[in-house]
Design a protein around this ligand. Structure first.
Ligand SMILES: [Zn+2]
Length: 206
């Protein structure tokens, strides 16, 4: 059985938001259309406390884009984003949320970031997504959303590690591209690790 995972389709990742992903709003109508083909849909939601250690403003003398060491891991510093209960953390108003079975918040621990919808970046805590998919007999996981080179990528990598047949719906994702080529490299790495790239039209035509 197949599940659709909507990754971080939140205001702060859409143009006008704190980490505006270029053309990020383009995924909203596509994700809505795609949902017609799935009976099992879940979403991830970046959901940070205000003192989250991934925010540059929480480190004196550091700037956005700097890389620090955080709990033994390399951490990129971001603008403050997706702070719990704020407008920026909400799903885009145009996203159809009526079929979402469960929302998996991530990045809730101030001391560790979480790009993947399955685990934090240190693989210390599970969000429960893998168990939820398995308990509901899901074997194929289709992933779309924001951003290709971070949260989509790491969600897909963990999905593979968890043993799910994993697809990234390429045209229903957009990337941050801190460095040019990041999206292309992310997609290449995913394919090398066994992830399939698929176009939404192919799914809609089946
Ligand atoms: Zn975040």
């Amino acid at each position: 059985m197949k599940a659709l995972v909507l990754v971080d389709i939140q205001n702060d990742f859409i143009p006008g938001g704190a980490i505006a992903v270029k053309d990020g709003d383009a995924v909203v109508p596509l994700a809505n259309k795609l949902q017609e083909k799935f009976d099992f849909i879940v979403a991830t939601q970046d959901w940070h406390p205000a003192d989250h250690a991934s925010f540059a403003k929480n480190h004196k003398g550091k700037s956005i884009g700097d890389v620090i060491e955080l709990g033994g891991l390399q951490q990129v510093l971001w603008p403050a984003h997706c702070v719990q209960e704020t407008e920026g953390a909400k799903f885009h108003a145009g996203l159809d949320c009526s079929k979402i079975k469960k929302v998996f918040p991530k990045g809730t621990d101030s001391q560790i970031d979480s790009y993947s919808g399955f685990y934090d970046n240190g693989h210390r805590k599970s969000t429960g997504l893998a168990e939820f998919l398995r308990n509901n007999k899901m074997s194929q996981v289709f992933i779309c959303g924001l951003a290709t080179d971070y949260c989509v990528k790491f969600t897909a990598l963990d999905s593979l590690t968890e043993g799910f047949e994993t697809f990234v719906v390429e045209d229903v994702c957009r990337g941050v591209e801190l460095k040019p080529g990041d999206v292309e490299n992310a997609l290449k790495e995913l394919q090398e690790k066994g992830c399939s790239l698929i176009n939404s039209q192919t799914i809609l035509n089946t």
